[in-house]
Design a protein around this ligand. Structure first.
Ligand SMILES: N[C@@H](CCC(=O)N[C@@H](CS)C(=O)NCC(=O)O)C(=O)O
Length: 253
């Protein structure tokens, strides 16, 4: 067996940070197996590797515990002709700055907004979002622990109507900033003239609010959503940054 096939990706299936890494692995044609977990139960696995959050990538040469570290590692070791980070040092710096902005702001605000509108107290919706492809004992654990899990997630991510409204403003500001960098609706990338970690990160982290057709087709994305949520999805899909992110999904995913 190809040694690279032993790459293990520890995830929560719905996590957009995990989608970022999945996309990078597939784009660079690096074989891996994914091990999905239910939130909170994921800590039983992540702590074995000295981490808390997902994604974690376990490779034959080391363990990587942050999506950006994972992308750096994959890009540096990939045999593929395409790359996620430009060779030019100034362009590389720009890509890294944008990636950091998207990771630290866009991903966080989209998660908060999403939880508010999917309804953290909605057992059915959360079962679909959290239990996908997880081990059986974690799915059973979810049924018992759901009320507590829902409260913990609400507290940790500070999910409330007021915070979701201000998160949406932050999301729109980042969309505006992205739009400013793009030359037109049909072509163009955030940095230079080819697809990079900046484009991938923006599209992957924006996916929960744009719901691209070829997103890993999970039930929670296909299911009907609240009208208030659908309105925002439709509005953002029509923006320059929204169209650009959906194009990345069509052309590079
Ligand atoms: N900076 C991290 C953020 C990852 C992240 O926030 N992951 C969330 C899922 S969306 C998580 O694992 N939360 C549970 C926890 O921290 O225990 C990265 O880019 O990998």
């Amino acid at each position: 067996m190809n040694q690279l096939a032993t790459n293990r990706l520890i995830t929560i299936a719905v996590s957009h940070y995990c989608e970022k890494v999945r996309w990078a692995l597939e784009w660079l044609k690096i074989p891996y197996v994914e091990e999905c977990h239910v939130p909170i139960f994921h800590r039983l696995t992540t702590r074995r590797y000295g981490g808390k959050s997902v994604p974690i990538l376990i490779t034959p040469t080391g363990v990587f515990k942050d999506s950006t570290d994972i992308l750096h590692h994959l890009d540096a070791t990939s045999q593929a002709p395409q790359h996620l980070y430009p060779i030019d040092p100034n362009q590389r710096q720009e890509v890294e700055q944008l990636e950091e902005l998207f990771d630290s702001k866009l991903g966080v605000h989209i998660r908060l907004w999403g939880y508010q509108y999917r309804g953290l107290d909605n057992r059915e919706a959360m079962r679909e979002m959290w239990c996908e492809d997880a081990p059986r004992f974690e799915k059973i654990g979810f049924e018992f622990a759901f009320p507590l899990m829902s409260r913990i997630v609400q507290r940790v991510y500070k999910v409330s109507a007021a915070n979701a409204a201000s998160s949406l403003q932050e999301i729109k500001q980042i969309f505006a900033l992205v739009a400013e960098r793009l030359t037109d609706d049909k072509h163009g990338y955030l940095v230079g003239d080819s697809f990079s970690a900046a484009d991938l990160t923006f599209a992957a982290l924006a996916a929960p609010i744009l719901r691209p057709k070829n997103h890993r087709a999970t039930k929670f994305l296909r299911r009907e959503i609240a009208p208030q949520m659908a309105e925002v999805v439709l509005e953002l899909r029509q923006t320059k940054a929204g169209k650009y992110a959906l194009r990345q999904y069509r052309e590079h995913r």
